[in-house]
Ligand binder design. Sequence first.
Ligand SMILES: CC(C)(COP(=O)(O)OP(=O)(O)OC[C@H]1O[C@@H](n2cnc3c(N)ncnc32)[C@H](O)[C@@H]1OP(=O)(O)O)[C@@H](O)C(=O)NCCC(=O)NCCS
Length: 184
Amino acid sequence: MAEPARTPLRVEGAGFVLRPWRIDDLDALLEHADDAEVVRGLSDRFPHPYSRADGEAFLSGRVVDLSTAWAIELEGRACGGIGLLLQQGERAHAARLGYWLGRRHWGRGHMSRIVGVFLDRAVPAYGLQRVEAFVLDHNRASARVLEKNGFRPEGTARAAIRKDGRFHDLHWFARLCGEAAAGR
Ligand SMILES: CC(C)(COP(=O)(O)OP(=O)(O)OC[C@H]1O[C@@H](n2cnc3c(N)ncnc32)[C@H](O)[C@@H]1OP(=O)(O)O)[C@@H](O)C(=O)NCCC(=O)NCCS
């Protein structure tokens, strides 16, 4: 199994860069993260409204482990994020994938491409055998991003999430090491 990556990856793809978050990303982060449509697909750990204090807490590493969270840079400016939650112990071969993009950039195939290129680098770098992702029932765009990158549906946790005053099913997806990415 590969040694865990010690220094954060920097990944360059067609028209995008994935790189560590920086303190000076605060204004760009607020511009894109403070959006109810973005939060709709995400866990409550991503607050709404998204305040300056929320952005500062995130960029100082108090919300998630920033060693496995990357800013997505398009047109030279941070406008979204992608990250891995590395699992521990008997699950240490697995990681949970999460991502979001500022609404202005949706619908142009960016995230489908970004997830593919990111996993090509991150899976060997972290010695992963399994990458999993959970998608809220209404989030068809995110399910498509995963399907197009070779993730398979593994089931549905019914009424697993309470959000916006109603219960939502959570769809589980996973891709095992070596499973081909279809449709990229
Ligand atoms: C989900 C998200 C990352 C998608 O990013 P994106 O760059 O717009 O995605 P893409 O352009 O690569 O599109 C992916 C697919 O979803 C489809 N799609 C986009 N919006 C859709 C919608 N509202 N309903 C159904 N399908 C949709 C696209 O047509 C494309 O599929 P296709 O190639 O078969 O046509 C973006 O909408 C987002 O950041 N949402 C908020 C945060 C979030 O939900 N994160 C994921 C948590 S699991």
